[in-house]
Design a binder for this molecule. Structure first.
Ligand code: SF4
Length: 217
């Protein structure tokens, strides 16, 4: 039973990245991450003990308020949100959705895929890391793959990830998945490589952290 979750921040904004870029969303950034990416732009989130615990009921009230104000979905991000068991969080939302079937709360999650799955989601963004690869479950079940590009090895990793998904899924649903390369913020090399790769590989699209250009959360 996980009735409380450590939260770094929560806010209503626009999704800045990937397939749902530009859509109204309520973000919950959960604290805690042991994945250890050297280029991480949320290193402050790593130590979950530094952040307050919020009850799921409190979070649900804020989610409901954001939905009334226009949020199309919630985004669980981090940190690594799946370091926490999210069964209770998702089941409380699903229970609420039963009373509002025409306008349910949709749950998106952004994960590196290193932890076991818990909870259930309307959209899974997998951001796999070269130094700490994801579990096969996430390669199969994610809706979009987003690879952060710093250097040439990340480009090779992107191709490897797609090949592995094709091997596992035997092309059954590969066309439904969205594939993005996203330059690491402030990495000129990453930008050049990601743009070149997306130009040469139509199965992949460029994702930009548009919220950072717009100076919004
Ligand atoms: S998984 Fe995300 S939060 Fe964790 S270290 Fe990597 S970039 Fe940072």
């Amino acid at each position: 039973m996980t009735k409380f979750l450590p939260v770094v921040e929560k806010f209503h904004s626009l999704q800045g990245e990937g397939f749902h870029s530009g859509k109204s969303a309520f973000f919950i950034r959960l604290a805690g991450c042991e994945v250890g990416c050297s280029w991480c732009d949320t290193k402050n989130s790593w130590d979950s003990s530094k952040f307050p615990l919020f009850s799921i009921d409190t979070l649900l009230k804020e989610i409901t308020a954001a939905k009334i104000k226009g949020a199309a979905f919630i985004v669980l991000t981090g940190g690594e949100p799946l370091h926490h068991n999210l069964d209770d969080f998702c089941s409380i939302i699903l229970k609420k959705n039963k009373t509002n079937k025409n306008n349910p709360i949709k749950i998106h999650i952004e994960t590196s895929g290193v932890s076991d799955i818990s909870g259930s989601f309307d959209w899974i963004t997998l951001s796999p890391k070269r130094h700490n690869p994801p579990k096969d479950y996430f390669l199969c079940r994610s809706d979009e793959i987003k690879i952060v590009i710093n250097d040439k090895k990340d480009i090779e990793f992107a191709s490897d990830v797609r090949r592995k998904i094709i091997d596992i899924e035997q092309k059954s649903s590969i066309n439904e998945k969205k594939f993005f390369v996203q330059p690491a913020w402030n990495s000129k090399k990453g930008f050049a490589l990601a743009i070149e790769f997306a130009k040469k590989n139509p199965d992949w699209s460029l994702s930009l952290q548009t919220h950072k250009y717009l100076s919004i959360q």
